[in-house]
Design a protein around this ligand. Structure first.
Ligand code: F6P
Length: 547
């Protein structure tokens, strides 16, 4: 296939972007009173209002045409069919099978994967219920009160985000916490608050070779041995989640205490697998199953809905529109929900590790922008830090607002204020404030002509800044599952349009390799010849600090 940016569909969008440049959203809203209803979709407990985008019906039609040119439907079907769509790693991509709740078949090399999935889910359920009910006892016969999940990247960000998002569903009798950083501060500070006799470690690593995770796991094991004596303690205080049985056994964890998953589950798509064990421990298996069910509903929508009514497809194409036709290369994700505070970090990996690529799946360098820079933090805090730039800065930022209509917390008056702030931000970004409006306001406040002249440029908001608003009924396990699956599919669709393999992550390898060489230098207390002068100088300084 010729490069997507050479296609007639791409060229038509370029022309359309020029044509639409003189139609700010404010005008589009005035011209069409039904716009706020027209550009909406509702699915799986999520109401998506995408009317505050620089689009018309024609834009959407052209974007759908681009998706068709990129063969989206065929790629989606290939993924569902178990084809090796992760071509650089020669792997199928079947995280959807992990949450399959219906009759759909998922096969890898002709083999039905559902029996293995169900068997691991059953083991997770039995284990999490045993720990939660107090039937699983530690080495000294005490119940487990604290779980520490040790993992990094996809083996941590997903479960950590979900546990926090579902905090209202957690039992106070079992605290679940996460350690990811190899910086000993994280583990040491946490261990200082725990007792070995009542702590369970979940070592989560797809490969079971990740330096950070193994270093933390070894230190945790030593802490456990120091506190409880004998290797027998490990069997009651360590479980593993991995695809690598040999490495788990080598580490000293009983394979009976290992929960398996498979190479067709990408790390950043793995929270639905046994990597979700901390979630089942934190909120119970029933809630974990509801999370899977919500994702399944979104999967079925993604698989079946026509492109123009397909929520992940629409969200993805809007992102393509800004990245490739409106010079916007950054996406702010702003949940108006404190417990969704780890969602931006989760989406950073999901999106940037998937689509932060510069060559197509065939290895050809692209000539267009691919994945955006993803960032964010919860509103209303975000309003008081970086929103200034989104409103009046020189960069065009795409913003996704995520707003639950009902809170789990009953403090009077708080939730109305949260809703009002979120809706107001989206409104302000869209409509801005003209010079005439700003002038009228200053006059109303009694400013004299000279002051108005001076202040006016600062008080004007250009507006026409795009946002999506994702209204959730409430952050329940089901709705959360659907929300995460929505973003997963959105990322997939964008990867297809850009021609990428969204399921590999070669870009993280070089740093890992060089770190292990530098670590060798630090451990041998010598600086390898051939290092560049900057790195050599920094290594020497690091060695000097150890003396
Ligand atoms: O950062 C690279 C990466 O391979 C991620 O893709 C993955 O989620 C993470 O490291 C952790 O890997 P593992 O689960 O094998 O420890």
């Amino acid at each position: 296939m010729p490069p997507i940016d050479q296609s007639p569909a791409w060229k038509a969008l370029e022309q359309h972007a020029t044509d639409l440049a003189d139609s700010p959203m404010r005008d589009l809203f005035e011209q069409d009173p039904a716009r706020g209803q027209r550009f909406t979709l509702e699915q799986c407990g999520i109401y998506l209002d995408y009317s505050k985008n620089r689009i018309t019906e024609q834009t959407l039609g052209l974007l759908i045409g681009l998706a068709e040119t990129a063969d989206l439907v065929s790629w989606r079907d290939r993924m569902v069919r178990g084809d090796r769509v992760n071509n650089t790693e020669d792997r199928a991509v079947l995280h959807m099978a992990l949450r399959n709740r219906g009759p759909r078949e998922y096969r890898v090399d002709g083999r039905d994967v559902m029996p293995d999935i169900r068997s691991v889910l059953d083991r997770m359920s039995a284990f999490s219920e045993a720990v939660r009910s107090g039937r699983w006892l530690g080495h000294t016969g005490q119940c487990i009160t604290d779980v520490v999940s040790i993992g990094i990247g996809g083996s941590s960000l997903g479960p950590k985000m979900v546990c926090e998002a579902l905090r209202a569903y957690q039992s106070p009798d079992l605290r679940v916490q996460f350690v990811s950083n190899v910086d000993g501060a994280q583990l040491a500070q946490l261990l200082a608050t725990l007792q070995p006799a009542t702590t369970l470690f979940v070592v989560a690593s797809k490969t079971f070779t990740t330096q950070e995770t193994l270093t933390n796991a070894r230190s945790a094991r030593q802490w456990c041995l120091d506190g409880l004596g004998g290797d027998a303690a490990i069997a009651r205080h360590f479980v593993a989640v991995s695809t690598n049985r040999t490495a788990v056994v080598e580490f000293g964890i009983d394979p009976e205490n290992m929960f398996e998953f498979w190479d067709w589950v990408g790390g950043r798509y793995s929270l639905w697998s046994a990597i979700g064990l901390p979630v089942a421990l934190a909120v119970g298996n029933e809630c974990f199953e509801q999370l899977l069910a919500g994702a399944y509903e979104m999967d079925e929508h993604f698989i079946a809905a026509p492109l123009e009514n397909n929520m992940p497809v629409i969200l993805a194409l809007l992102g393509v529109w800004y990245s490739n036709f409106a010079h916007s290369h950054t996406l702010a994700v702003i949940p108006y929900d404190q417990n969704l505070r780890f969602l931006p970090a989760y989406l950073q990996q999901a999106d940037m590790e998937s689509n932060g690529k510069r060559v197509t799946r065939d290895g050809v360098a692209v000539d267009y922008q691919t994945g955006p820079v993803v960032w964010g933090q919860p509103g209303t805090d975000a309003q008081h830090s970086f929103f200034q730039l989104i409103h009046q800065g020189t960069r065009l930022v795409q913003t996704d607002f995520i707003l639950p209509l009902r809170s789990h917390y009953a403090l009077t008056g708080h939730h109305d204020k949260l809703i009002a702030n979120c809706l107001a931000q989206a409104q302000a970004l869209m409509q801005g404030r003209t010079a005439a409006e700003a002038r009228a306001e200053l006059e109303e406040h009694g400013f004299d002509a000279a002051a108005i002249q001076r202040l006016l440029p600062h008080r004007v908001f250009p507006g026409n800044r795009p946002s999506n608003l994702l209204l959730l009924d409430q952050v329940t396990p089901t709705v959360l599952g659907a929300l995460i699956a929505l973003y997963e599919h959105k990322i997939f669709v964008q990867g297809v349009v850009w021609g990428l393999d969204s399921f590999d992550q070669w870009g993280v390898e070089l740093g890992k390799q060089l770190a292990s060489e530098i670590l060798g230098d630090l451990e041998r207390a010598s600086c390898s010849p051939g290092l560049d002068s900057s790195t050599a100088g920094l290594v020497r300084r690091s060695l000097a600090a150890k003396e």
